[in-house]
Design a protein around this ligand. Sequence first.
Ligand code: HPA
Length: 277
Amino acid sequence: MRDERWEKLTAAADTVRGRLEEPPTVAITLGSGLSEAFGVPDGGTRIPCSDIPGFPAPTVAGHAGEFWSGRIGRVPVLLQRGRTHYYEGRSMDDVAFAARLFALLGVKTFIVTNASGAIRSDLSAGDLVLITDHINMLGANPLRGPNLDELGPRFPDMSAAYTPRLRAVARAAATAEKIELKEGIYVATLGPSYETPAEIRAFRAMGADLVGMSTVPEVIAASHAGMEVLGISIATNLAAGVDPNAALTHDEVIETTRRKGAELRRLIVAVLARLEI
Ligand code: HPA
């Protein structure tokens, strides 16, 4: 018996493939506020999510919900502007849909970006942070349920989900571009409420440096499907309670991503130029 999820994915992939001039080797997911700052690939083609059968369109303000295919430098890319979050009420399959779609399209490298709150005391609002690992506090996993054997194994290893090779490429690109790139471990929370100061203290004790409401499901699904992953976060604010006098707002998150988006783009362009694919 065919798995309904697989049928949906292959139908979506067929549609997207029909709209592409060439198969993408790299997919890039842009987080909150980053879509505008990042722009689109030169000579790119827009594919709205609503044109893709079965695609779960995102609902959050600041997320456009579209793909752009094209080239950045010499690399054929597929850009995802606006992602689906678990807090929107969608299923984990929906949240992981785009990552799996990338796998079906033959993407080998998945670059995932996000906005996060800074937990570690040496991190500041506006820092670019290379994600080295994650902690899943969503209470859910996109691989739950019958395994999609076409994509990957039942019990995939997550020891090197954030590919060491790509992290080294990102560090070299940052140095060459004179961009300060810190490193940290990302904890994913369900949201949509921001964390309490007590939760942030607990996450710090667990070893988390950054907190956010995305990325982890996509990375699990991408890693399961055999893609290499590079994760870069913009620490948009200090996490709850880190500055006892500050309150958290979505506006601050969006404002910081807009401010740092161009720098993140420059970093990603430099990474793409260094990829041997
Ligand atoms: N917490 C959770 N998600 C976030 C934050 C935060 O402080 N900042 C940006 N996304």
